[in-house]
Design a binder for this molecule. Structure first.
Ligand code: NAP
Length: 327
């Protein structure tokens, strides 16, 4: 059986990827940080096939030890401080985990897999936030980066060091430049889930207001389940390369709010939504829209779930969760 090792296993993508690889017949190892990680126990219940190993992206020896246990054919580096807003208040931590963590993972792979003919294939979770103040629209693999947050800056370092290690040491290392992807497992701190959850709670009478930052920002939003398939496809190629995964469509935060409230049968959403400057970021990314043409042509990858279906899926999930809490 092929063996896969995933960092960030307790996050949204970690769950979807672990399920996907298990269905493909992989032995799946997931790295968890901390001495008593509460998300790990819950995850082990949901995915009993998972082998959990300890490790932290801040700690190179722990990464080496984790790889020695897992002996993986494929490594997916999804671990990160991934919330853009937090990266402004904890910029050094973000640089250390989201940026330098990638370098540590690559070094661990060289130590465990060898400096010559290393057999381990590596996937790095790069991000559309690297494009930031976009230089062209839509954004492709060749669009220059102009990050607008410490998170985006750390991801640029991670992306560049993957390219550098691929070229310097002949590693099979790929970087997926993924545009926003969401789903019922998205953390409540992220704007899509914040909105779908608030719409559900307002519908159920559990909450009376939704406080937002900007409603004007536009994003290219897809479904996480589609995107993890693209990660795997990248590692099945003959040659390592970098790919944009995106839907090629963009919606505003206001579109997201309107659709979420409409999904619970509320048309006058303005009555419930208030904007507060405390949610504005020091530097905002106004518009992201990706061009997934290369992934479509070379990988045969295409997103299957559209924006409206995605938001309805998330709202229904939140309605079920919140209604159950009420009972
Ligand atoms: P997520 O839900 O926020 O998960 C982040 C994961 O990173 C969690 O499992 C977290 O573990 C782990 N982590 C944090 N600090 C760590 C450390 N010091 N050592 C090891 N692991 C650590 O993120 P996601 O949405 O699944 O995204 C997966 C990856 O794709 C991230 O790198 C993200 O930046 C990137 N990405 C995401 C999107 C998107 O729209 N979702 C788009 C582009 C790129 P704990 O649970 O223990 O904190």
């Amino acid at each position: 059986m092929p063996r896969a090792f995933i960092t960030g296993i307790t996050g949204q993508d970690g769950f979807h990827l672990a399920e996907f690889l298990h269905d493909k017949g992989y032995d799946v190892y997931g790295m968890v940080k901390g001495q008593n990680n509460p998300r790990a126990a819950k995850l082990q219940e949901e995915l009993p096939f998972l082998e959990l190993v300890p490790g932290d992206l801040a700690d190179l020896p722990s990464l080496v030890a984790a790889l020695q246990i897992a002996q993986p054919d494929e490594v997916y580096n999804l671990g990160a401080i991934s919330f853009v807003a937090l990266s402004f208040s904890q910029a050094e931590l973000t640089a250390n985990i989201t940026g330098l963590g990638v370098l540590r993972m690559l070094e661990a792979i060289r130590m465990v897999g060898g400096t010559q003919n290393n057999p381990i294939r590596f996937y790095q979770a790069s991000s559309s936030e690297m494009f930031g103040k976009v230089r062209e629209t839509p954004q492709t693999e060749l669009t220059p980066f102009h990050p607008r947050s410490p998170y985006g800056c750390a991801k640029v370092f991670g992306h560049d060091i993957v390219v550098n290690y691929r070229e310097s040491y002949d590693l099979f290392a790929c970087s997926g430049i993924l545009f926003n992807h969401e789903g019922p497992r998205r953390g409540l701190e992220f704007v899509t889930r914040k909105v779908t959850n608030a719409a559900a709670r307002i519908k159920l009478g559990l909450q009376h207001e939704l406080v937002m930052g900007t409603l004007d920002a536009k994003r290219d939003w897809g479904y996480a389940g589609d995107y993890v398939k693209g990660m795997w496809m990248m590692l099945q190629q003959d040659q390592p390369d970098d790919f944009v995964l995106a839907t090629g469509e963009t919606q505003s935060v206001q579109d997201l709010v309107e659709l979420s409230f409409a999904a619970v049968g509320i048309d006058d959403w303005q009555q419930y939504v208030r904007q507060d400057p405390k949610f504005y970021r020091p530097a905002e990314v106004d518009l992201l829209i990706g061009d997934p043409a290369k992934a479509k042509a070379q990988l045969g990858w295409e997103p299957e779930v559209d924006f409206s279906t995605l938001i309805h899926m998330m709202v229904e999930n939140d309605l079920a969760i919140e209604a159950a809490k009420g009972r």
